[in-house]
Design a binder for this molecule. Structure first.
Ligand SMILES: [Zn+2]
Length: 292
């Protein structure tokens, strides 16, 4: 194929790719192009924030932690996103409305234009979720209340989102599952869902990189999930010397037994991958503040 044809094909692919999210009403308008697609698990202290930088979209999976004592989103997420040249958050997916996942939304909304916020429809009347959305000034028309399973493309990534838990699940178990794929590379995130809920991850959602459930708690990242997903790498997002003892030894043992590599945001800082011909290539682990 000639270069010009290649360019046209690429543009068509982007247009087709965006159609998924446009069809869902997720992306309101195009944002500026991002030169270097990547997925980065940010070191935010005790909490979660993962950024998917696609060619023309930026998707966040969880907003980082904030509570009365500390604001991990302002301290760690904002500078990391500035460093990547991100100006707009086209979609912020919130796995569940706990402060260590959603608390940072207001801090991000002060610095970045936010397109849509995706949250399980089960949390539509959740008082804490409502409070976080109000503090962040998220308008009703910006909300994507997620039910069931959805798939969309933000080139070069295909993103699948699934709300699978039973209606009476608690907040952690109500976490959204998110699968991100680029060619042979893929990553799976399950929020803080417990081992019981991990059985609801679709069998086809294999992943090269698995984000440990519930910050490496023994109640998540179970044997059955590991055997089904077959990750090469598990990323644990947890704070240094956190009060919960995350990641728990039981989880590290499950990983060791299977010879799965472990990367930890409390030790390695931001952990970043870029899509390559053979899968996701780890390109950086950027150390951040000492007192994470
Ligand atoms: Zn959590």
């Amino acid at each position: 194929m000639t270069r010009a044809l290649n360019r046209v094909a690429k543009r068509v692919a982007i247009l087709v790719g965006c159609a998924g999210f446009v069809a869902l009403g997720v992306f309101a308008e195009r944002s500026e192009p991002n030169p270097e697609p990547r997925i980065a698990f940010l070191s935010v202290g005790q909490g979660d924030c993962t950024v998917v930088v696609a060619e023309s979209r930026t998707i966040l999976i969880d907003a980082g932690p904030a509570n009365e004592r500390t604001n991990g989103a302002a301290r760690f997420v904002v500078p990391a996103l500035y460093g990547m040249g991100v100006k707009t958050l086209d979609l912020v997916l919130i796995t569940h409305p706990d402060a260590d996942h959603m608390g940072g939304l207001a801090a991000l909304a002060r610095r970045f234009k936010i397109g849509k916020v995706g949250l399980g429809a089960r949390f539509a009347d959740h008082p804490v979720a409502r409070q976080f959305l109000n503090e962040a000034g998220i308008a009703p028309e910006q909300m994507w209340w997620i039910n069931g399973e959805h798939e969309a493309t933000a080139e070069p990534f295909k993103v699948r989102v699934r709300d699978a838990a039973p209606a009476d699940a608690d907040d952690n178990d109500g976490s959204l599952f998110v699968h991100v794929q680029a060619g042979k590379g893929s990553a799976l995130l399950t929020g803080d869902a417990s081992i019981e809920m991990e059985g609801l991850v679709p069998p086809s959602w294999k992943a090269q990189v698995l984000h440990a459930g519930h910050h490496g708690s023994r109640t998540s990242t179970g044997d059955a999930l590991l055997d089904r997903v077959r990750p090469q790498i598990v990323v644990v997002s947890c704070g240094r010397d956190n009060a919960y003892g995350h990641p728990h030894n039981e989880v590290l043992d499950r990983l060791r037994k299977r010879r799965i590599s472990v990367l930890r945001t409390d030790r390695q800082g931001h952990i970043e991958f870029r899509p390559g011909p053979d899968g996701l290539d780890k390109v950086a682990a950027t150390r951040t503040w000492r007192d994470r």
